[in-house]
Design a protein around this ligand. Structure first.
Ligand code: HEM
Length: 497
């Protein structure tokens, strides 16, 4: 309206003296000046409000509800839940606040902010999960326990999940990957990579943790874990028929299964060289040097819950990015064929060989930078404080926004380009955090890397593939960004000249 009146006045005054082009360009110039001034004033206001610590821009909306509806809609959108964040950045700038389910959230887009949060983990900043996830993970899960128990559990689990220990599972995982890829190629049909990797991820983790290999049992357990996933973001009311109720029942069945496996191991009926056995070997140790049964079960449960979908989705993005970047695929295949040629024919991979895949590892790192499997890391401020010059109130969620940092061109040059060679150089602290940082760094990162490297090795040395659906839409479900199509491909044997 305002611009309409403006242009009318200008047109009346200048109509006779200037031709249309000059008049039009004058209007445009005035509009640019007015809009530009507004933008500068707005930016200045934002800068001031941030530096003075007051009024981070953003919309808190009505009490409690705030922007909950838009947020929930984003979790179901094919643009992905991060679109909620992107939209608000466009509106308010780099720092913004919002209100979801009654809590104020600030998205932290800087290295300094990430450093501040991670170096005060369990102190000024605490992980606080919604009740449904707490209940389902179990009261002795690393997700839930307080600092002292967390330290103890992490110390005992970290050794088992060190690269040294995980490396002994390489041949087992290789056997699984090789057989399954071969089967898919023999069938000759298109299949969604995500379906393949979800099953592979689940079976590989269950095998390394518990030595479960029976297909029927794995299927039952995977269905139960699916029910648990579906209930993680539900309203925690135990009413039959609800997602939460089904998830609680599924968890009970899984825990009963764990109890029976532990009893069989203790009675000597079964023995396996796996994660569970390494925990049970400590039965005679003092309580502070071992995990009790509830700790073992809740944490095996948590490891499967955290490990399957993350690793499977990362493998799907691996294939997607390799398909979009043929040159990278060629370099990777050359490296992997070299490893293959140095092995005896038909032999399974060993960890020594996995160590000879530096480019493969960079492909994985670059995939995780671009795919952002865990989009941001929420923590709650336990007191009023300042994060990177921005004032935060007690009780607010500060979400370390690793996705923003991974795509910041000042930190990662040409961030939209899939370029594994950027990892030729060491990354500075808090610039690259696909597995988070600090005391809560992902416990399964070595296992994830090993599964992914073995998968890439067998895929690129055995096969070429065609992509059967290029749809970039995301699956409108949950927080992990997955392609809605699952990224279907068809394998054909690799012919080496
Ligand atoms: C590519 C695959 C994976 C990615 C991107 C990933 C990412 C992450 C991230 C970002 C966190 C920290 C979240 C936070 O700070 O709030 C985390 C924690 C965790 N991850 Fe992973 N993860 C992956 C695979 C795995 C696997 C394979 C396992 C186990 C088998 C696993 C087990 C865990 C556990 C138990 C935690 C909780 C650690 C704690 O709170 O102390 N993850 N993961």
């Amino acid at each position: 309206m305002m611009f309409g009146t403006f242009s009318k006045l200008i047109l009346e005054e200048y109509d006779e003296k200037y031709d249309d082009v000059i008049v039009f360009s004058s209007i445009i110039t005035i509009i640019i000046i007015v809009v530009g001034a507004a933008v500068i004033l707005n930016l200045d206001r934002k800068k001031k409000s941030i530096s003075s610590g007051n009024g981070i821009p953003g919309r808190l909306g009505i009490p409690f509800l705030g922007e909950t509806i838009s947020f929930l809609a984003a979790t179901k959108s094919t643009k992905g839940v991060y679109h909620f964040v992107t939209l608000r950045r466009q509106r308010y700038g780099k720092w913004f606040k919002t209100r979801i389910l009654g809590r104020t959230h600030v998205f932290v887009p800087s290295i300094e902010g990430a450093k501040m949060v991670y170096s005060n983990e369990f102190g000024l900043f605490k992980k606080e999960l919604i009740k449904s996830i707490q209940d389902l993970a179990g009261r002795k899960s690393v997700f839930v326990v307080p600092k002292d128990s967390h330290n103890k559990i992490r110390a005992l689990l970290s050794d088992t999940f060190s690269m040294n220990n995980v490396s002994k599972f390489v041949p087992k995982i290789d056997h699984m990957v090789s057989q399954r890829l071969n089967k898919m190629e023999t069938h000759g049909k298109s299949f969604p990579v995500l379906d393949f990797t979800m099953k592979l991820g689940f079976d590989a983790i269950c095998d390394t943790l518990l030595s479960i290999t029976d297909p029927g049992l794995l299927e039952q357990m995977e269905n139960d874990f699916k029910a648990v996933y579906n209930g993680t973001l539900s309203f925690p009311l135990k009413i039959p028929g609800t997602l939460y109720y089904k998830a609680v029942k599924a968890r009970q069945r899984i825990i009963a299964r764990f109890k029976s496996i532990i009893a069989d191991r203790r009675s000597g009926k079964t023995f396996s060289d796996d994660f569970l056995q390494s925990m049970l070997q400590k039965d005679s140790y003092p309580i502070e040097e071992k995990l009790d049964d509830e700790e073992i079960m809740d944490n095996i449960f948590t490891l499967i819950l955290s490990g399957q979908s993350t690793t499977a989705t990362a493998m799907m993005w691996n294939v997607k990015y390799l398909s979009d970047n043929q040159q990278v695929q060629n370099i990777l295949r050359d490296e992997q064929l070299q490893v293959l040629r140095q092995k005896p024919d038909g032999a399974l991979l060993t960890y020594e060989e996995v160590k000879k895949m530096p480019y493969g590892l960079k492909v994985i790192k670059e995939t995780l930078r671009m795919a952002n499997i865990v989009l941001w890391f929420p923590r709650v401020a336990s007191a009023d404080c300042t994060v990177d010059g921005v004032e935060i109130k007690k009780g607010w969620y500060v979400n370390v926004d690793s996705t923003y940092i991974h795509y910041d061109p000042k930190i990662h040059k040409d961030p939209l380009q899939f370029n594994p060679s950027r990892f030729d150089e060491m990354q500075k602290p808090y610039t690259y955090m696909p597995f988070s940082s600090g005391p809560r760094t992902c416990l399964g990162l070595n296992m994830a890397k090993v599964i992914m490297l073995v998968f890439l090795h067998r895929l690129t040395t055995g096969y070429e593939w065609s992509v059967d659906d290029e749809d970039p839409s995301l699956l409108g479900k949950g927080f992990i960004p997955k392609l809605r199509s699952g990224f279907p491909i068809t394998l054909k044997p690799l012919i080496i000249n």
